[in-house]
Design a protein around this ligand. Structure first.
Ligand code: PEP
Length: 253
């Protein structure tokens, strides 16, 4: 059975004070005690709030994650943050290849693949994002785009590596737009991704990989999306900034 995983991506939101308020409220919230015990929850605050979050999560089952990482181990890379620095802060997950990084910082599948392999070498879990733009969907290129991205981001990974990754399908047109993919659209792509993973490895491996959906997930649409066979969790942006909406999304599984 695949682990269900709900990840909050705070993007460039929530400094130290807001982070403190959020975690104090989240940890105190009694609804969190009732969540499915097979489920993992993770929050990815901005780098400057990681230390605060890490301290507040010390005795919690909620995992900490980062939104990106340098492909380099250390040295003269101004503005970058290394994996060892994130490990010191007890991060367990690292998002790579978010469409905003692909779009604004020109990150390629090849760079994302190198970052993911580095993360695996350090025994952390990469959450690798893929997704098509609206133009690509409208031109009926979704499968082609997803195939190229998946093959690119998992290049040179062994079956053992593949068992340790998480994939997030995030259609670019659904991120931060309020317009989510329908459960049918999302399930179709998730199934397609699982087939691609089977071709690259085998059915046992592909059936074990968690594939998250991301793109305007909110309490109102989470239930229906969560009921799809190949949707194993969510990557949540906006709705992860508020304790109540985030908890309600977690409870959809
Ligand atoms: C995201 O940041 O990955 C995301 C899916 O954002 P939102 O939920 O706000 O669409």
């Amino acid at each position: 059975m695949r682990t269900k995983l709900v990840v909050g991506n705070w993007k460039m939101n929530s400094g130290i004070e807001e982070t403190k308020n959020f975690f104090e409220n989240l940890i105190e919230n009694s609804s969190l005690q009732n969540i499915n015990h097979l489920m993992q929850v993770c929050i990815c605050p901005p780098f400057t709030s990681l230390n605060t979050a890490s301290q507040l999560l010390q005795n919690s089952t909620i995992a900490l994650g980062a939104q990106d990482v340098s492909v380099n181990e250390n040295g003269a890379f101004t503005g970058e943050v290394s994996i060892s620095m994130l490990k010191e802060l007890k991060c367990q997950f690292i998002i790579v290849g978010h469409s905003e990084r692909r779009m604004y910082f020109k990150e390629t599948d090849s760079l994302i693949n190198k970052k993911a392999i580095k993360i695996l070498e350090h025994k952390l879990t990469p959450i690798i994002c893929v997704g098509e733009t609206l133009e690509q969907r409208e031109a009926d290129e979704t499968n082609e785009v997803i195939k190229e991205q998946i093959n690119g981001v998992i290049e040179n990974m062994s079956n053992e590596d593949l068992l340790k990754i998480v994939i997030a399908y995030e259609p670019v047109w659904a991120i931060g737009t309020g317009k989510n993919a329908t459960s049918k659209q999302a399930e179709e792509v998730h199934l397609f991704i699982r087939k691609l993973l089977t071709i690259k490895s085998n059915i046992n491996v592909s059936e074990s990989i968690s594939i998250l959906y991301g793109g305007s997930v909110k309490p109102e649409n989470a239930k229906e999306l969560s009921e799809q066979e190949n949707i194993d969790g969510f990557l949540v942006g906006g709705a992860s900034l508020k304790v109540n909406s985030f908890i309600s999304i977690i409870q959809s599984f």
